[in-house]
Design a protein around this ligand. Structure first.
Ligand SMILES: [Zn+2]
Length: 393
C-alpha cells in the first residue's frame, strides 16, 4: 500500500514536471513568436514608410519631367512653325532669283547685241576712213571735182561731210544704247546679289532652327525614356507596397498563436466624448470626403491612454502616415487595437500589456488638429467600427 502510494505520488510528480516543462517550452515559443511578429510588423511598417517616401520622390521627378516635356513640346511646335515660315521665305526668294536670272539673261543678250552693233558700226566707219585715207584727198577731191556743176560740187562736199556726221551720230546713239543696257544689267546684277545674300541668311537661319528642333526632339526622346524608367520604378514601389501591406495584414491576422483573450474591450480613456465617429466623413484638414478608420475621443492633452485589452505591443513609434506617435496592441485571435496622436508613448514594442495598463498619453502629434485619441479596432488587420464592441450610452 505504502509502496503503491509512493509510486503514484512519484508518477504524479514526474508527470507534473514534464507538463510544466512542456508548458514553459510552449509559452516560450508563444512569446518568441509574438516578439518576432512585433519586429516584423515594425519592419514592414518602416518598409512601407520608406516605399511611400520613395514613391513620393518618384512622383516629384515624374512631375518635373512632365512639365519639362510640356515646355519642350511647346518649344518644338514653335520651332516647327518658324522653320515652315523660313522655308516659305526661301521659296519666295528662290522664285524671285529665278525671275531675276531670266531678266539678267535677256538684258545680257540685249547688251551683247548692242555691243556687236556698235562694234560693227565702228568697224565699218574705220574701214571707210581707211579707204578715204589710202586714196588720199585726191580721191575726195576727185569726187568733188567730178561734179558737173558748182551746185553739184557743193552737194557732193556736203554729202561727204554729212556722211561723216551721220557716222558720228549713229555711233553716239549706239554707245548710249549700250550704256543704258549696261546700267540696267548692273542694277539687275546687284538686285540678284542682294537676293542671294538674303537667301543665304535665310538658309543659315533655317539650319539653326532645324538644329534647335533636332535638339528639342532628342531632349523629348530622353525625357520619354526617363519618364518610362521612373514609371517603372513607381510601379515596382507600388507592387512592393502591396506585397508589404499583404504581409502586414497576414501577420496581424495570424500573428498570435494564442486565442482571443475575450471579454469586452475597455474604453481606452477617462474621457468619453466622441468628437468624430467611425466612417466616411469630411476630412477636417483637406475638407474632402474620406474614410475615418477609427473614432476620435476628445480627451485632454497629457491624459492617460489605457490598453483596451491585454496583449502584445506590436507597434510603438512614429508614423509618417499621419498617426504621429502611435501604438498597436495585438490581442490574439486576429484582433488588435491602435492608439494614435500620442504626446508620449509609455510602452515598447514586444511588451506584454494587461487590459487597463497605461500605454501612452493623449496628444496631437501627426495628422491632427488638436489633442484627442484616435482609436481603432482592427480585425485581421482591417479597421472596423469600434462602437460595435462597446455599449452605447
Ligand atoms: Zn481620428
Amino acid at each position: 500500500m505504502k509502496n503503491k502510494t509512493v509510486r503514484i505520488i512519484s508518477a504524479v510528480i514526474a508527470a507534473t514536471l514534464v507538463f510544466s516543462l512542456l508548458f514553459a517550452f510552449v509559452a516560450e515559443i508563444v512569446i518568441y513568436n509574438r516578439v518576432d511578429a512585433a519586429q516584423t510588423v515594425s519592419s514592414l511598417n518602416s518598409k512601407l514608410d520608406s516605399l511611400a517616401s520613395q514613391k513620393a520622390k518618384i512622383q516629384k521627378e515624374l512631375k518635373a519631367i512632365k512639365s519639362k516635356k510640356q515646355s519642350t513640346m511647346t518649344k518644338k511646335a514653335a520651332l516647327d512653325q518658324q522653320i515652315d515660315v523660313t522655308e516659305q521665305e526661301v521659296d519666295t526668294i528662290n522664285q524671285l532669283i529665278t525671275a531675276l536670272d531670266v531678266q539678267v539673261a535677256t538684258v545680257t543678250a540685249e547688251l551683247n547685241a548692242a555691243q556687236a552693233a556698235e562694234q560693227k558700226q565702228t568697224d565699218d566707219f574705220l574701214a571707210r576712213v581707211r579707204i578715204m585715207e589710202e586714196e588720199g584727198t585726191a580721191s575726195m577731191l576727185g569726187i568733188i571735182l567730178s561734179a558737173d556743176s558748182f551746185s553739184d560740187m557743193l552737194t557732193r562736199t556736203e554729202l561727204i561731210g554729212s556722211i561723216v556726221e551721220g557716222d558720228k551720230k549713229l555711233m553716239r546713239e549706239l554707245a548710249e544704247t549700250r550704256a543704258g543696257i549696261a546700267e540696267k544689267k548692273a542694277s539687275l546684277d546687284s538686285a540678284r546679289a542682294e537676293q542671294a545674300a538674303a537667301k543665304s541668311n535665310l538658309v543659315a537661319k533655317k539650319n539653326s532652327l532645324q538644329s534647335q528642333y533636332n535638339e528639342a526632339n532628342a531632349l523629348l526622346k530622353s525625357l520619354n525614356t526617363s519618364a518610362a524608367e521612373y514609371e517603372k520604378a513607381f510601379n515596382e514601389a507600388e507592387r512592393a507596397m502591396d506585397a508589404a501591406r499583404a504581409d502586414l495584414q497576414k501577420l496581424l491576422s495570424n500573428s498570435s498563436s494564442s486565442t482571443y483573450v475575450g471579454g469586452e474591450f475597455r474604453w481606452p480613456t477617462k474621457a468619453t466624448r466622441i468628437t468624430s465617429p467611425y466612417g466616411t466623413r469630411k476630412d477636417p484638414i483637406t475638407k474632402k470626403s474620406s474614410m475615418h478608420t477609427g473614432i476620435d475621443i476628445g480627451a485632454s492633452m497629457g491624459s492617460e491612454i489605457y490598453a483596451s485589452n491585454s496583449g502584445t505591443v506590436i507597434v510603438a513609434g512614429w508614423s509618417s502616415k499621419g498617426y504621429g506617435n502611435y501604438v498597436v496592441v495585438d490581442h490574439g485571435g486576429g484582433k488588435s487595437t491602435l492608439y494614435a496622436h500620442m504626446s508620449k508613448i509609455k510602452t515598447k514594442k514586444g511588451a506584454k500589456v494587461t487590459k487597463g495598463d497605461v500605454i501612452g498619453l493623449v496628444g496631437s502629434t501627426g495628422y491632427s488638429t488638436g489633442p484627442h485619441l484616435h482609436f481603432e479596432i482592427l480585425i485581421n488587420g482591417k479597421h472596423t467600427n469600434p462602437m460595435n464592441y462597446f455599449k452605447k450610452q
